[in-house]
Every structure is written in C-alpha cells, then in structure tokens.
Design a protein around this ligand. Structure first.
Ligand code: ACO
Length: 325
C-alpha cells in the first residue's frame, strides 16, 4: 500500500548574537551561576537585539532550512509558525515571515501551544501533507521570550532565551510501515485546568498589555517529567517500537533535570538524548528545532535515524512525534 509521508528534507536555526551568561545575570538579580547551573543545566541564553523581532529570527531559520533542503520560497505552499511571542497581536507572525521570505502564494498561520508549539506545528503540517492539501511545508518555532519575562523575578528570568529553528517537510511516498522515511506518528494533548501553573498575566483582551510569564516551578517540573514521558510512551505504543529502537530523543529543553527525570523514568540511555539547554536555555517553541539542527549539524542525526520529539508547555499542552529522518 502506498501512503503519503511528510519527509524532513531541511533544517535550519538562528540565534541572536547577544549572549547573556549566568554570571552577568547574577549582576541583575539575586542569583548565581552555581544555582542556575545546578538546578537547570543552563549556562547562558541568547537575547534578541532591540528592533529584532520573532519574525526576524523565524525568517533567518526558515532561510537556512530552505537552503539546506535546496528549496526556494516559491516551492513552499504552507508556513506554520509556532510561537507564544508574536511580533504583534495580529496579523499572524507566520504571514510576516511569508512576506519577508518573498512568498506571494501558499498559506501561513501561527500555532500557539507555548513550549509544545513545534510538536503541534509538526503534527498539523503532517496532517495537511497527508491530506493532500500541501506539498512543501515550512514548520518553524520562533520566540523572543526575553520580551515577556519579569527581569526582577529570579524564579523565572533565569530560565528562558530567544531563538528560532525550522524544518522543511516535503510530500513523499512510503509503503505505510515504520521503515518509511518521514513523520510516522504524532500525538497531541491539552488540559486547560492547569492554566494557573504556567501563564502570562496579560493580553489584548484582559489587561490590554503584553504581561509577564508566571509559573509554579515545582508543579511544572513534576508535570513536565510525567507528561513528556507519557507522550513518548504513546508514540512508542502506536508504532510498536521500544525505547531501544529509537536513535535520538529530542525533548523540549525546559530544564536539564526534567530531561534527566524523563530519561530515567523510561530507561533511556542519556547518550541518545540531545541536550542544548546549557547554551540556549528554554526557547519554548524554538527549543526542539534548535536541538534538531544542532544534532544534524554535528552529524549525530543522520538519514534513516528514528527521532522522537516530545514536549510539554503552558496550557498545559503536551505531545510527541516520531520521525524517520
Ligand atoms: N537563584 C537563586 N535562588 C533562587 C532562584 C534563583 N534564580 N530561584 C529561586 N530561588 C530560591 C527560591 O526563592 C527558594 O528559596 P527559599 O528556599 O529561601 O524559599 C529556593 O531557591 C528553592 O526554590 P524552589 O522553587 O523550590 O527551587 P527548585 O529546586 O524547585 O528549582 C526551578 C526551581 C528551577 C524553577 C524548578 O522548579 C524548575 O525547573 N521547574 C520547572 C520549570 C520550568 O522548566 N519551566 C519552564 C517553562 S515550562 C516548560 O517549558 C515545560
């Protein structure tokens, strides 16, 4: 049986030039490099420059992914941008990226699932491609979380950074087995009752301001381990695969201890887990594509490898996707 598959044929990333190391942050709030490194694994984060917007980061990552894929903006008929930090309330940042890329056709829109955004965007693009409604999709995760942080709150401002990553998906064909290249399975979840554990205390309809990120760190930590592990198990069950069959685990980079906790819970060999948190911090929807790009660039992830992505974020939202690269 021939089936349509969404095959990854390009990956790209962009990080703003400015690096903010823990030591410098310790001069701004009452914290220390030792505390941040020990509790989170983070050593530094990138911060977007004045006048550098989410759409700029996203466009740079998209251009790199297109170049990698040998594709032109005109080949793309779907742009899905995952972000919780859009340039403006509207129009969607996806359409701004579409314009910056010089595209005059296709469709572009944003997906808002906070730190799970890239997994949600990947699943949506895969469904468009498998339904025959798109042939070449740009799936981007891009954030400027530095703009929604309370820089006086040491419990949150040390955790996040800015950045963008992108993949190009092209319609391909497979025989419907897990030997196919492409997205093999995706699983998405949300449960709005967890709103108060991780949210932004502002918005156009409530306060008419952008607001700041607020979080109950310990609760988020506990749910992060549980939900990313559950989403990973779901993808394995759906494909009849075991932890040992997976070549690379690329989790959302929230906290090194959340990643280690999940790996321990599932018996995953930590050498198979891609971790970039020490250099990028938590870049929300951008963290998975940034980690994918890192591991493709350093030749860990190769064509034919089985790559499992999993995330959890505000909402709560959580999910997973299994891709044969
Ligand atoms: N520097 C120094 N001390 C700090 C800092 C800081 N940056 N932040 C908090 N503290 C203090 C607290 O005030 C507290 O002091 P007290 O004992 O005198 O009251 C002490 O450190 C311990 O605080 P806890 O909150 O209990 O510390 P914990 O070990 O839980 O670590 C952390 C906090 C790192 C936020 C952890 O809970 C965590 O990682 N949670 C997950 C949050 C996360 O990853 N969010 C990302 C967004 S969600 C997502 O992406 C899935």
């Amino acid at each position: 049986m021939t089936v349509r598959r969404s095959v990854v044929c390009g990956v790209g990333a962009y990080l703003p030039e400015r690096v903010l190391a823990n030591e410098e942050l310790a001069q701004m709030v009452d914290t220390s490099d030792a505390w941040i490194t020990e509790r989170t694994g983070i050593r530094q984060r990138h911060i977007a420059a004045e006048g550098e917007y989410t759409s700029d980061l996203a466009t740079a990552a998209a251009r790199a992914a297109l170049a990698y894929a040998g594709a032109l903006p005109a080949d793309v008929d779907l742009v899905i941008l995952a972000t919780a930090t859009p340039d403006d309330t509207f129009p969607s940042t996806g359409t701004i990226v579409q314009s910056k890329l010089g595209m005059t056709n296709g469709v572009a829109f944003d997906i808002h699932a906070v730190c799970s955004g890239f997994v949600f965007a990947l699943a949506t693009a895969d469904n468009f491609i498998r339904a025959g409604q798109a042939r070449c999709a740009l799936v981007i995760g891009a954030e400027t979380f530095s703009r929604i942080l309370d820089w006086q709150d040491r419990t949150t401002c040390v955790l996040f950074g800015d950045g963008a990553g992108a993949v190009v998906l092209r319609a391909g064909e497979g025989d419907g087995t897990i030997a196919d290249r492409g997205v093999l399975t995706t699983h998405l979840h949300s449960d709005g009752k967890f709103h108060d554990m991780l949210y932004v205390d502002g918005g156009p309809s409530t306060t008419k301001t952008v607001g700041h990120l607020r979080m109950q760190g310990r609760e988020v930590f506990r749910h992060g381990v549980e939900k990313m592990a559950a989403a990973t198990e779901e993808a394995l069950a759906a494909t009849g695969l075991a932890v040992l069959d997976i070549d690379w685990f690329v989790p959302h980079q929230a906290n090194r201890r959340i990643i280690d906790g999940m790996a321990r819970k599932l018996g995953i060999d930590t050498n198979k887990v891609v971790v970039t948190i020490e250099r990028h911090a938590n870049t929300s929807a951008a963290s998975i594509p940034l980690a994918l790009e890192t591991a493709v660039h350093d030749q860990r992830i190769k064509t034919g490898d089985l790559v499992l992505v999993e995330a959890m974020g505000g909402g709560f939202t959580w999910g997973s996707g299994l891709v044969r690269w």
